[in-house]
Design a protein around this ligand. Structure first.
Ligand SMILES: [Zn+2]
Length: 432
């Protein structure tokens, strides 16, 4: 057997046939080599590095479909402020002074938070693309940890601090070229906001992303104000307008989609767009609740994201899954909505553990007072577990978190450096 093989055994394993308890999983050369029920065969026990994990759930890693790593240094600041004062007084001044070195620290902190919560793949809507070094800092941070990163490079060609068309296109083209064929980093186009981007460049960047087998990722219909602005500017609601200008298809990721009407939900479903719902952020900001029930009934492709720490204020996918379920049931007065297994599949991208799949695998400890006694594994994970219960994380079979310890990083030193960096940023932003 070539390469390093890892055998996870004695835990409960999530497969297409349901949970195997006990079951085993073999990780070999970046893939899952075998999944089975009961005791692992002796040949695997002899050949693999064996991790016995009784009392733990073994499942695919979570996909955090939307965050902003620059905001890792801006958590805990909303303090009940409305959106615009919060942005103008705190978020924009801090974003304005962050250096590339501080961007790397903020990204490392945010990535470790995601990793500790069982995330193996994360989409960063990268809002501070002020210099190429700021973008490189995020990518370097993800690569140093080994996590999968989809970086949606933000841009705006209208309004304050707008970039030129040429600069936006050339930076996107550079990033696409630099990461062409990269197994763990993918570049995407991340328009800042619909009213800050011209129709022509939205179309042009979307075609560029599609030619690279990538996607466009942006906030759409998060607030009622945004819908009003779209109606005033274009005579159409946001999703209707995107459909009209040809920027709504299978390579479009619509983040939030809180204020979408029935016709827009039909468009999202028919065009095959992916909706990234961020229920905790939407609740914190008082924005509303996305109509997940209607979206699921219409067959809209759906996943979950935490959104940036400035509006959440954490990046815990297990909290997000439970919030999605709870909020959908509350607004629809329906306790049958989003059963735990279905809610969990929104966080795992619908994947199960099976031979041949990428070895992006996590284990979650269920042997604690919040989950015991375990009678239903989906409920134990979704209703009873926290991100801090994640014990092991593997990406492409590589161990990134082992028994609760982040590999290849001095976490205490990172926390100390981040605490110093934010003090300096606050001084420079005039907030100290
Ligand atoms: Zn966001």
């Amino acid at each position: 057997m070539a390469g390093r093989s890892i055998l996870l055994c004695d835990g409960a394993v999530l497969t297409e046939q349901g949970w195997l308890n006990p079951g085993y999983v073999v990780l070999n050369e970046g893939k899952i080599a075998e999944v089975g029920k009961g005791d692992a065969p002796q040949a695997w026990l002899d050949d693999c590095e064996v991790q016995r994990i009784p009392g733990q759930a073994v499942l695919p890693g979570f996909i955090n479909g939307h965050t902003h790593f620059s905001q890792t240094f801006m958590r805990g600041l909303a303090g009940g402020r409305p959106l615009l004062p919060w942005l103008k007084q705190l978020i924009w001044p801090l974003q304005g002074v962050i250096s590339a070195e501080e961007m790397k620290l903020a990204s490392l902190l945010g990535l470790v938070e995601n990793l500790r919560g069982g995330v193996t793949e994360v989409v960063d809507h990268h809002k501070v693309a002020s210099t190429p070094a700021h973008t490189t800092a995020v990518i370097d941070a993800a690569q140093s940890l080994g996590m999968r990163l989809k970086l949606a490079r933000s841009w705006s060609d209208l309004g304050t601090n707008a970039e030129t068309r040429e600069s936006i296109l050339s930076d996107l083209e550079r990033l696409f070229a630099e990461h062409n064929g990269d197994q763990r980093v993918q570049i995407a186009s991340g328009p800042l906001a619909l009213w800050r981007c011209s129709e022509g460049l939205l179309q042009e960047t979307h075609e560029l992303a599609k030619a690279q087998a990538s996607f466009t990722h942006f906030h759409v219909a998060e607030t009622q104000d945004e819908v009003r602005m779209s109606l005033e500017a274009n005579g159409l609601r946001p999703v209707e307008w995107l459909a009209k200008i040809g920027v709504l298809d299978e390579q479009t990721q619509v983040v939030h989609a809180v204020w979408v009407e029935a016709g827009e939900i039909d468009l999202l479903a028919n065009r095959g767009a992916l909706v990234v719902s961020c229920p905790v952020s939407n609740a914190v900001m008082g924005s509303g609740a996305a109509p997940l029930k209607s979206m699921l009934e219409k067959g809209v492709r759906l996943c979950l994201g935490t959104d940036g720490p400035a509006s959440n204020d954490t990046q815990d996918m297990l909290e997000t899954v439970k919030a999605a379920l709870n909020i959908a049931r509350t607004v629809n007065l329906d306790p049958t909505l989003l059963p735990p297994a279905q809610a969990l599949s929104l966080a795992t991208g619908g994947r199960c553990l099976k031979a041949g799949a990428e070895a992006d695998v996590i284990t979650i400890n269920l042997n604690h007072v919040r989950a015991m006694p375990v009678q239903d594994f989906d409920s134990a994970v979704v209703m009873c577990s926290h991100g801090s219960d994640v014990r092991n994380v593997f990406v492409a079979g590589e161990p990134l978190l082992i028994d609760g310890v982040v590999q290849g990083l001095d976490e205490a030193a990172l926390l100390s450096e981040c605490a110093k960096a934010i003090q300096s940023m606050r001084r420079r932003a005039g907030l100290a």
